[in-house]
Design a protein around this ligand. Structure first.
Ligand code: ATP
Ligand code: MG
Length: 275
């Protein structure tokens, strides 16, 4: 974990090197029944320590893009480079947080965070340090002995974040991690995630179908079209942090973005985004 980098937090990454570069990314899925053109011609660059959000309607290929960056799926066309090297498969440098967290119900909070670390070959003292550090960061050290069924949805999400951050990845890839939470818990975690980001200097790529969430969290927002997902707009959000989805400047930007989208017919998003 790196702190006190000297730069101000707002727009902290503008002077940093580009560490993730995606060029001309396209993906089709072919099954015996049909062919789905998921994403088309996606190009983007992300600077070290940046918080990038990608927003778009359901089915536009957001998870597909993250999976390709994580190295789980190969692209059909285009390339992905991290720190100048092509992505050819998964790596502990790129950790993904999924919507359905994938926590082990038979392990405690601590056991879930420890699990991946114990498979890295790290020294036991370093594993202990990380478990303590990251459970403290997500305010779950006191709950370290609890099992998953004893936790609220928000607490489980924090375990999942601690488990991912404990790997001290260079990139944290998050796929709609808060979408199953109630709005109150979601807003609290949106605030906590910004605090975690400020403390870790990790590069965050966060996918959501909520425009307000994308604007509240991102240094930069990439807006995708409906399938096949293409980049429709890209905006920088220069607002002070921590931000909330209810902040007037956040709502203003989200509204402007929404006004530019004519083809966004996503009942889920419409229902959630009362702009
Ligand atoms: N492994 C796969 N095999 C076949 N089709 C797939 C596969 N993965 C994704 N797709 C299809 O590709 C399209 C994009 O899917 P993807 O999950 O990336 O969208 P999304 O933007 O993440 O949607 P949501 O907001 O609902 O999570 C969808 O039509 C989906 O059915
Ligand atoms: Mg998805």
């Amino acid at each position: 974990m790196k702190q006190d980098q000297g730069a101000g937090r707002d727009g902290r990454a503008t002077q940093e090197p580009i560490v993730l570069e995606v060029r001309g990314l396209s993906k089709r899925f072919v099954s015996h029944e049909a062919e789905v053109h998921a994403v088309e011609g996606i190009s983007l660059s992300v600077r070290r320590g940046e918080f990038l959000t990608i927003v778009g309607p359901s089915g536009c290929g957001k998870s597909t893009i993250l999976s390709m960056i994580a190295g789980f799926e190969p692209p059909d066309a285009g390339e992905i480079m991290t720190e100048g090297r092509p992505v050819t498969g998964p790596s502990p440098e790129r950790v993904m947080v999924f919507q359905d967290l994938g926590l082990f119900p038979w392990l405690t909070v601590e056991g879930n965070v420890r699990f991946g670390l114990e498979r890295t070959g790290l020294a036991p003292a370093e594993i202990d340090r990380r478990v303590r550090t990251y459970l403290d960061l997500v305010h779950l050290w006191e709950n370290r002995g609890s099992l998953m069924h004893q936790l609220s949805g928000g607490m489980k999400q924090r375990v999942s974040l601690a488990r991912a951050l404990a790997m001290e990845p260079k990139f944290l890839l998050m796929d709609e991690p808060f979408s199953s939470l109630d709005s109150h818990t979601r807003e609290r975690l949106q605030g906590e995630l910004q605090e975690l980001w400020e403390k870790t200097w990790c590069t965050f790529v966060f996918v959501t179908h909520g425009l307000k969430e994308a604007v509240a969290l991102g240094d930069r927002v990439i807006l995708l079209s409906a399938r096949p997902g293409r980049i429709q707009r890209e905006i920088r959000v220069d607002l002070p942090r921590p931000r909330s989805v209810d902040d007037a400047p956040v709502l203003k930007i989200a509204k402007e973005l929404r006004a530019g989208i004519s083809s966004w017919v996503d009942p889920v998003t419409r229902a959630e985004e009362s702009l």
